[in-house]
Design a protein around this ligand. Structure first.
Ligand SMILES: CC(C)(COP(=O)(O)OP(=O)(O)OC[C@H]1O[C@@H](n2cnc3c(N)ncnc32)[C@H](O)[C@@H]1OP(=O)(O)O)[C@@H](O)C(=O)NCCC(=O)NCCS
Length: 75
């Protein structure tokens, strides 16, 4: 995900994420996984994503896998 410089900081990114995650829930997807550039992990954490595993290079940029559980298993 990338926001053009003139749209950065306008809330476009979080506004885009929420309907995508809502659609995933409606389709009963159990989780969503992404590869985040490490410096942006904090952005995804805000939506409930958690890091999984070690940092790795993708296109020579440090990344980390992050997963959001949409329907956590019941205790
Ligand atoms: C990451 C990116 C998509 C976020 O979009 P944005 O328009 O800057 O997001 P916003 O400024 O609307 O931020 C929304 C909220 O997330 C927070 N946030 C933004 N980037 C963050 C980061 N890297 N870590 C933690 N929080 C972050 C903001 O502080 C803001 O919080 P607030 O609602 O309390 O004010 C944008 O910065 C971008 O395009 N970066 C360059 C490309 C990139 O690195 N993409 C990630 C690839 S995985």
């Amino acid at each position: 995900m990338a926001v053009l410089a003139n749209g950065a900081g306008t809330g476009w990114a979080p506004r885009s994420w929420r309907p995508l995650l809502e659609r995933a829930r409606k389709r009963s997807m159990r989780h969503v996984t992404l590869h985040a550039q490490t410096h942006a992990a904090g952005f995804y954490r805000r939506f409930g994503f958690n890091e999984r595993g070690e940092e790795f290079l993708e296109a020579e940029i440090p990344h980390v896998e992050m997963t959001l559980e949409l329907f956590p298993a019941r205790e």
